[in-house]
Design a protein around this ligand. Structure first.
Ligand SMILES: [Zn+2]
Length: 172
């Protein structure tokens, strides 16, 4: 439901609320206080959020410019990948991260929380890990292990990480 609303740009961002004639005192993005809070801005362009995406692109070696709307952004991340475990994990990562950004943004607005990009990253990773545990048969990597080897965690299946440990063992 959240994802559907995001892809259709139906989330109650400040810009969308105003479009629906809801009184909004201030439509500025609560994270950077610099731009209007549209979905595009909040999730993909905000200067507080971009580093989180960049950080996660490091794990997969995906490079390139960022498409500007959510649908393109989503397709871009999926489209660049061949199917299988890797593409699947990216799809879930995209959902986990956008959902976590939305929750944190609401905490800033409604609970006066201080925005912390590292916390967003940590929470989104933990969420993804709990999803993967339920979704992927045989996914049993311990959270600490998985989250400290993310480029491996995103790029290989269980068998792959097994090969990796084997290679590592050989190297020692
Ligand atoms: Zn912003």
């Amino acid at each position: 439901m959240f994802a559907w609303r995001l892809l259709k740009d139906r989330l109650p961002t400040r810009v969308n609320l105003r479009r629906r004639q809801v009184e909004v005192e201030d439509s500025t993005c609560p994270l950077c206080r610099n731009m209007e809070e549209s979905a595009c801005h909040l999730f993909f362009q905000c200067s507080r959020i971009l580093p989180v995406w960049w950080e996660s692109l490091n794990w997969t070696n995906i490079v390139g410019a960022f498409p500007l709307n959510s649908k393109q952004h989503f397709l871009y991340h999926i489209g660049g990948l061949e199917g299988g475990v890797r593409a699947n994990r990216w799809k879930w990562w995209w959902l986990a991260l956008t959902w976590t950004i939305w929750k944190h943004k609401n905490n800033v607005i409604f609970s006066n929380a201080t925005f912390d990009a590292n916390k967003v990253l940590d929470d989104a990773l933990f969420l993804l890990w709990t999803w993967l545990r339920n979704l992927e048969k045989g996914f049993s990597t311990h959270y600490n292990h998985w989250s400290s080897n993310l480029s491996i965690g995103f790029n290989t299946d269980e068998e792959g990480s097994h090969h990796f440990s084997h290679a590592q063992a050989m190297a020692h």
